[in-house]
Design a protein. Structure first.
Length: 249
């Protein structure tokens, strides 16, 4: 079984990537706030910001943290996870700290239970909590400007192959497929290939929400930047190559 992210690691892309990140239109958003050092792993930060954004946008907490629930099920810790989920009620400090622990279960589903470390060891300090709140607030401002969100936490049933068996996307708006990143660096070719794979897998899944997608984009609440690219500009031959050589259609 190979995920979208792991498949990308196996691919030797052309120089600059199948889709060069420098081709994306960039919009800098501003709120005048600065972020500080954090006490938890960057991967946990990304998931916490992502899922809390979904929750803040109206998704039920169990749906927003669905991957975490799947991870807890694998190792038989659903009761412990449920206790933490019950403590997520907004963007107060206690809710954010609980969310940071909850996303520690994700690894059991995404990579395997052998990579799990007790979530009790995940301690978000005050700076980390403040950073997450700022990034979720930035994400909500982004959604207000670019949304509404039509689908979040989506999968591609009907679009998977023997080569790529699983993977899940972040957000859809009416005409754009968005991925959220909280990296300190600008988007890389791996990120743009991930977006193209999501787009193509969505089309092959025949799910109606993907029919109106005209562009792909990345929002990074850490940098407070939105990156967007119109799909009509990409060479059809590149699309065919990704479909055949990368995804396996």
């Amino acid at each position: 079984m190979t995920s979208v992210v792991n498949r990308i690691k196996e691919i030797d892309q052309p120089r600059g990537g199948y889709l060069n990140p420098k081709l994306f239109a960039v919009t800098q958003l501003n709120d005048g706030l600065n972020l500080h050092e954090e006490s938890i792993h960057p991967g946990l930060m990304g998931s916490a910001v992502d899922y809390l954004t979904r929750f803040s946008n109206g998704t039920e907490v169990g749906d927003a943290f669905h991957v975490s629930i799947l991870g807890a099920l694998i190792i038989g810790k659903l009761d412990a996870l449920q206790g933490l989920l019950n403590g997520i009620n907004g963007l107060d400090g206690n809710s954010i700290r609980n969310a940071c622990k909850v996303v520690g279960f994700d690894v059991c589903y995404r990579a395997g239970p052998m990579y799990y470390a007790p979530v009790e060891s995940i301690v978000a300090d005050d700076s980390t909590v403040e950073n997450i709140k700022i990034m979720v607030d930035r994400s909500m401002t982004f959604i207000n400007n670019y949304g509404p969100i039509t689908k979040d936490g989506f999968t591609f049933e009907g679009g998977y192959t023997k080569t790529v068996t699983h993977g899940d996307g972040d957000f859809l708006t009416r005409d754009t497929l968005w991925d959220f990143k909280v990296s300190k660096s600008e988007p890389k070719k791996e990120h743009t290939l991930q977006l193209l794979m999501y787009h193509l897998m969505g089309k092959h899944s025949k799910q109606p929400e993907f029919e109106s997608i005209k562009s792909i984009g990345i929002f990074n609440p850490r940098l407070n930047k939105a990156y967007q690219y119109e799909l009509s500009k990409i060479d059809p031959d590149i699309i065919k190559e990704i479909e055949k050589e990368v995804i396996g259609y």
